[in-house]
Design a binder for this molecule. Sequence first.
Ligand code: PMP
Ligand code: GLN
Length: 389
Amino acid sequence: MRGHPVYAAMGTTIFEHMSGLSRELGAINLGQGFPDGQGPPALLDAAARALREKSNQYPPMAGLPELRDAVAAFYSRRQRLNLTREQVIVTSGATEALAAAIFALVQPGDDVLIFQPAYDAYAPLIRRAGGVPVPIDLHPPAWRYERAAIIAAITPRTRAMILNDPLNPTGTVASAADLAMLAEICVAHDLVAICDEVWEEVRFDGVPHRSLIDFPGMASRAVKIGSAGKIFGLTGWKLGWMCAAPALASLMARAHQFLTFTSPPPLQWAVAEGLALPDDWFAAQAADWAAGRARLKQGLESAGFVVLPNAATWFLCIDLPRSGLAMDDQICCERAVREAGVAAIPVSAFFDGGVPGPILRLCFTKPADQLDSAVKRLSHFRQAQLSAG
Ligand code: PMP
Ligand code: GLN
């Protein structure tokens, strides 16, 4: 049996691969992004209560009305957006929202602009929809959006762009000027923007998140995607949503109804409660993540690694050559997990050609002792490479 060509030549994702190796070898897993621990007790209690007290049968296809309202209220409070329940469709994680948005909006032969580094799901989903991913390279260390490069990539077939802001894996954030420029391009060229904003609550620069959907002309042509997995550090829950103008939202809901149809109702109830937690609660959670970030950064820098500047996500990136490690990042990851017992993610995995140089991504939402041990191990690994010349 021949499979679909999009999948036939493909391995498992880099995240699955590195986590698998990490489990097998008993390594410290700073690869795939997830916080250690059980997760916020308020959310766990709410889910346990809902499991016992609420219905465990199919909820409405677009999501529990209470959760759709809670998402709209959350964005009104945190980002000053004016959304209604009709504009929110609950999905099984941001991944399903991406799939539904792409399947609903991309037709065979459409070009879709993506910015590299690009999250691994984008290109295969676009291709499976019959579209053509058109990568535009961003460059370290700022990873800025360059107008000329974007304009040069646009053709009469260009239908959409996917913007991931804040950006995984670099942890950088688009400036308000960049967002205004992207909005202007979308309007001028009649493009839909699929905005992957799963990292919106994981920012350490003190700047409130601003969505592309909030820029002039974008309300009718942007899809804003969020994930409870990232907002609450509960990645296994796989609960997310997509928000858009009512006509776009109902189109995407048609795609969603034949992907997963619905998501587990106890988790929907719990996330609805969680989104109503006070601002202080979110500040405390971000402060906890920021402490891990500072610890890993300081440890790595003391050990001689060059950490790239960033402002968001659960990740820090190391510039390998400037850290004295002149090796390919995929090879470095394969060796580090085996020889040092630390799993990381090679940033080149987010590129389809045009890799800017070997960079390693490390996740810092781990207990202090794990971060300290990981730094020690990576430091020994680095020293061994330097001595070997
Ligand atoms: N987009 C980006 C940029 C991500 O980093 C992730 C997960 N890390 C996802 C989408 C997927 O989110 P979810 O687990 O909610 O499907
Ligand atoms: N998005 C997560 C990361 O960047 C991984 C998600 C996955 O494993 N597919 O680490």
